[in-house]
Design a binder for this molecule. Structure first.
Ligand code: ZN
Length: 176
């Protein structure tokens, strides 16, 4: 079990597309396990590999409610093959953009193909929170963040805030 450090805005890794996984082998399963450990520790309900600096198309999720049993999911090379015309709005946050939350409108339901942790091809249809969470994480694999779906004014404001914080942290480590 390894909790890996999270990549935080404005790290350029968050803006790069991730590479497809050729084979779901033990290394990919170990990566997924580390991602789940990191996600539960944060805590969060979804994590993409690029958020721990690994540029591969792997996503983990768990949208089970606190009082329910954990329901970890591993999605390798996930792809949205259908989205509903109907939309829904959820307040989203992101482990790479700590303490910032904003409403985002997305398709209410999606159908997704992916490889599971055994490399088996799977297809699921998701709605509700799972649908939003899957879309948020697949965005990460394409270098897209949830703040790209909010107004430019709000996006610019939060981007500036994180850029300033990063500069401040850099200056403090230079001084030390
Ligand atoms: Zn995120």
């Amino acid at each position: 079990m390894t909790i890996r450090p999270l990549v935080i805005l404005p790290d350029p890794l968050l803006r790069k597309p991730c590479d497809p996984v050729a084979v779901v082998d033990d290394e990919v399963r170990a990566l997924a396990d580390d991602m789940l450990d990191t996600m539960y520790d944060a805590p969060g309900i979804g994590l993409a590999a690029c958020q721990i600096g690994v540029m591969r198309r792997v996503v983990v999720l768990d949208v089970a409610r606190e009082e329910d049993e954990p329901a970890p999911m591993v999605l390798v090379n996930p792809q949205i093959v259908w989205s509903s015309e109907e939309t829904s709005v959820y307040q989203e946050g992101c482990l790479s953009i700590p303490d910032f939350f904003e409403d985002v409108e997305r398709p209410a339901a999606v159908r997704v193909t992916f490889l599971d942790r055994n490399g088996e091809p799977r297809e699921i249809e998701a709605d509700g929170l799972l649908s939003t969470c899957i879309q948020h994480e697949i965005d990460h694999l394409n270098g897209v963040l949830f703040i790209d779906h909010i107004s430019k004014l709000k996006r610019d404001r939060v981007t500036r805030k994180f850029a300033k914080a990063a500069k401040e942290a850099q200056r403090q480590s230079d001084d030390a």
